[in-house]
Ligand binder design. Structure first.
Ligand code: SAM
Length: 364
């Protein structure tokens, strides 16, 4: 576990934050979230919380998160898009110039300079170990599914896409790619160095991935999914699928919100961090409970509870490992968000949403 969290693992990630954005009410008093790449939380700022605490156990992830916030605060949307690598026409010179003008903590500047220099100032969004694994998988996918696979991205609407998927998409060869992707041993050795939480879904990983991708191909226009773009091209080609932080309106609102939000970035184990806080009304846990020691995963809501305001919301994502937390004092309100969950652009996640109930309410 320790090894895995000591390098930059996520620069883009595999979560579509539009989901948490849909769940988070405007003007929350205190939002707490796992930082990850920073891209998980930047859009939540656009909901104008009074306070936001971003936490992660990984120093590289936090440096990357502070970089995103510095770009948000000190540059504009066009520079953010160019710097991060969402715009492919941006030069490495421009990236270096933007970086030179950023006001960053000295230690971050030092670490980021080394990272960027070692990668020749190429697009930062592909620099995490996770994104590099996806780029390797994209190469394998390209070999297996070829042009016929990539052509599904030419479909402009769902009807056309489903027709293509059912008649011309190289489904057998795609299933061979899924067998590779679904092989926990491959993911373990490529990325997680043995820390990947064991599958507890009650179905094989291959069956889980078959379900996920079938849902993606038949319910979402694939070019709108940044995750599918990564799997087929190893890069983002279609702006329709860019993550929420790229939407000009979200960027603008997040930038305005930054003026009045008390923002903190804290290196800590999430439960220790939350234990120091009070009156928190939104917690975005990513899939961290799956990585926790079993006892912490099972008691995660109870450990958060003393720091939560009444009616506080907690959002948990689980991939192949889903925790079943002790829900006493909480209502499971996941069903209220089925539409937003179905729209999530990666479909990689089993989502759980809990509301803290007041002592007199019976949880449903
Ligand atoms: C488990 S990963 C998942 C990343 C995610 N799917 C994304 O798209 O960014 C989320 C982040 O949680 C951090 N993390 C893992 N366990 C943690 C813990 N107990 N407390 C705080 N952060 C933790 C990792 O360093 C990583 O940056």
């Amino acid at each position: 576990m320790a090894d895995y969290f000591q390098r930059l693992n996520y620069a883009l990630g595999d979560e579509d934050t539009a989901l948490e954005y849909a769940i988070l009410p405007k003007h929350a008093r205190h939002v707490v979230g796992i930082a990850g790449s920073g891209g998980r939380l930047l859009p939540l700022l656009a909901r104008s919380p009074a306070r936001m605490t971003c936490t992660d156990i990984s120093a590289p992830q936090l440096a990357f998160t502070r970089l995103r916030f510095a770009l948000l605060e000190q540059t504009d949307h066009a520079s953010f898009m160019a710097f991060m690598g969402y715009r492919t026409d941006s030069s490495t010179k421009r990236r270096q110039s933007i970086f030179r003008h950023l006001d960053l903590p000295q230690a971050d500047r030092h670490w980021l300079t080394e990272l960027f220099q070692s990668r020749h100032w190429q697009a930062p969004i592909y620099m995490g170990a996770f994104e590099q694994t996806l780029q390797r998988l994209a190469k394998v996918n390209r070999l297996f599914t070829g042009k016929a696979g990539r052509e599904v991205f030419h479909c402009r609407d769902l009807g056309e896409q489903i027709e293509y998927y059912q008649t011309r998409f190289p489904l057998k060869r795609w299933k061979a790619v899924i067998a590779l992707l679904g092989n926990a041993a491959v993911l373990n050795s490529l990325l997680y160095k043995g820390s990947f939480p064991p599958n507890n879904l009650g179905i094989s990983s291959r069956a889980a991935y078959l379900e996920i991708f079938h849902a993606l191909f038949t319910t979402q226009v694939v070019r709108e999914s940044f995750f599918l773009q990564m799997l087929f091209f190893g890069e983002l080609r279609y702006p329709q699928g860019f993550p929420l932080e790229c939407a000009p309106k979200i960027f603008k609102r997040a930038r305005e919100a930054l003026q009045q939000c008390e923002l903190r970035v804290v290196q800590a184990y999430i439960l220790d961090c939350v234990a120091t806080l009070s009156e928190v009304d939104f917690v975005s846990l990513s899939d961290v409970p799956s990585f926790m020691p079993e006892a912490d995963g099972a008691s995660v809501l109870q450990r958060l509870r003393p720091s939560l305001a009444e009616e506080a919301l907690t959002v948990i994502r689980g991939h192949l490992h889903v925790v079943q937390p002790d829900c006493s004092g909480f209502g499971d309100i996941t069903a209220d968000y089925q539409k937003a969950i179905a729209r999530e652009r990666t479909q990689l996640w089993r989502v759980q949403v809990y509301r803290r109930t007041s002592p007199l309410q019976v949880s449903r």
